[in-house]
Design a protein around this ligand. Sequence first.
Ligand code: ADP
Ligand code: ADP
Ligand code: MG
Length: 668
Amino acid sequence: MFSRILIANRGEIACRVIRTAQRMGIGTVAVYSDADAHALHVAMADEAVNIGPAPVTDSYLRADHIIASALKTGAEAIHPGYGFLSENPGFVDAVVKAGLVFIGPSADSIRAMGLKDAAKRLMEKAGVPVVPGYHGEAQELVVLASKAREIGYPVLIKARAGGGGKGMRKVDNPDDFAEALGSARREAKSAFGDDRVLVEKYISKPRHIEVQVFGDNHGNVVHLYERDCSLQRRHQKVIEEAPAPGITEEMRAAMTSAAVKAAQAINYSGAGTIEFIVDATEGLQPDRFWFMEMNTRLQVEHPVTEMITGLDLVEWQLRVAAGERLPLAQEHIPLNGHAMEVRLYAEDPAKGFLPAIGTLHHLSFPTAVQEGDVRIETGVRAGDTISPYYDPMIAKIVVHGADRSFALAAMGSALNQTEIAGTTTNAPFLSALIDHQSFATGDVDTGLIDRQLAQLTVPATIQAGMKELAILSASGLLKRPVHGDPWTALRGYAHHGGLAYPVTLEEGGQTTRYDVTVREDERYAIFGPDFSVEVRVRHDRPNWHITGRNINLRAKIVTIPHGIAVLAGRTAAAFKIADPFLMAEQAGSAGDRLTAPMPGLVKSVRAAAGDLVRKGQILLVLEAMKMEHSITAPHDGKIAEIVAENAQVKEQSSLVRFEEAPLNTTTN
Ligand code: ADP
Ligand code: ADP
Ligand code: MG
């Protein structure tokens, strides 16, 4: 076995590989870009090497830097993870030439499967069913259009070098063919530098079912059953599960033996996935599945297979790469219960799944669920940032239950217990999917999400009590300790003659003022512009329990820059507080400094170096995320340095520095 390996990847998959290596007593070397210097995978590894600036072409795709890092640190093998260089045969050749081991298949196997057209020709020869279509050399419009007519509409145009659903166009009738071909080609050219395409029959009511295979260097190939990845949007997987709902032993036998045959045809070694498209118009029929492509690497959704087999696929990869035989023979590979994975992303489903960026101010995952087991695969911690440079995946939530209904319930619980504040996520969308009638009954196909999109992306409604909790929290009244002293306990009440605590919320571009008064212990009244409400709030740790007329909510309160997030089960709501004191406090003072709470543009500067300023005075206005934020003095003091107007600032960069001793710190 290797004594030290390098992981040529980042994020959750780098962390995943490091965990297994550590369990096996293998030393680990991480690589990282400038943007990832403080990333989790770097912290977890025994050693880490910087391989360049943030853009992937300057870092994670720099094969030369990665190989040099392995040689320099004494690593004997390189694990590529998925994406990046994992299916690049040129990289594999270079790794081998440097005297290192590539933890994955041979460059020849990758080449054989790298282009969809050649792979399909190869599979046809090996006797594996292939989607009816044209995967020849000719690329002229007239030829392809006549092939499309022969195949019969609808057809699917696919980039032969495609991946991740790019360069793919469904065409419903001959009149649209030329235009679809042009746009598929343009997309393929820019994504893969190769605009050659193939045309195949578009399968109606398609299901995506894939088979996990494993080979070793001694000629053995086994399968580890199937995964159903039919829940997709824009041809990208959203939820994966195993076994495939409704699969019969006959269907499984047909699919797994075709997959093993496919892997054997290219002397496959290591972990691989054979993806099939299945026509499910009349259920799962053993003569209605066809080879789509092979992914010659570990797949994003491999934990689903690990959950039903109890095996560690990364351990198998390491053993096979080190020359060992496959750890288990086919008949000894277990299949227990049902597993499911969702991909949790920083993205906004209501805005066409637009990727979101931001700092994960609060991040908490379940450690256990009643209905089964839960496993979280993530590469980030609370406080980490989702940057625009890489895939905005936050985590994969994986569950296992005795059967599909337990797995579904376990996923529901796991999503309920997942708390994120600081960035928009697809969590509500995932919850809606899990609850969807068709998914719950296993009636899935790749068009389900698109058909139900409107219903699945309804913006989460704010629950009754959320706003009230945010207002109370912003008033500061919830925080103060109650020591049984009646005057403290009843502060703001009789003693202060019903003193009102003002809170200003920014809602839909407007500010609204609310006043809070304390009625008696735990009871408050909130007065808005046109309403008032009385509530009772108790700290039922870690939740707050708020009750009142039409209100009965248990939720967590989390402070985020410029506001307060209220998290209750599957819903999270963020409220923006226009309170200069709170904002100044949250702008964060590192030493005697104010730092930018988020990246932005300095719109105006209202003070200069040498000025004496009063607590609460506006020092500058920062424009970030299309909104203006006033940065105010957290205390009285003298300014030593202040940022220039129109400066573009990064998150956490210094805006204002005060002279050492604040002149007069007020303590109210
Ligand atoms: P498929 O290739 O069948 O779509 P996957 O869903 O596993 O399979 O991955 C989609 C593509 O995007 C693959 O090329 C994969 O390597 C890449 N990819 C997916 N998720 C990530 C991620 N979080 N980071 C980097 N690459 C990713
Ligand atoms: P990629 O390399 O981009 O992952 P695939 O060939 O694996 O490309 O196809 C991605 C997805 O597109 C599949 O999971 C499936 O949902 C859909 N798809 C592919 N081929 C067909 C087809 N012939 N008919 C219908 N849908 C298809
Ligand atoms: Mg695919």
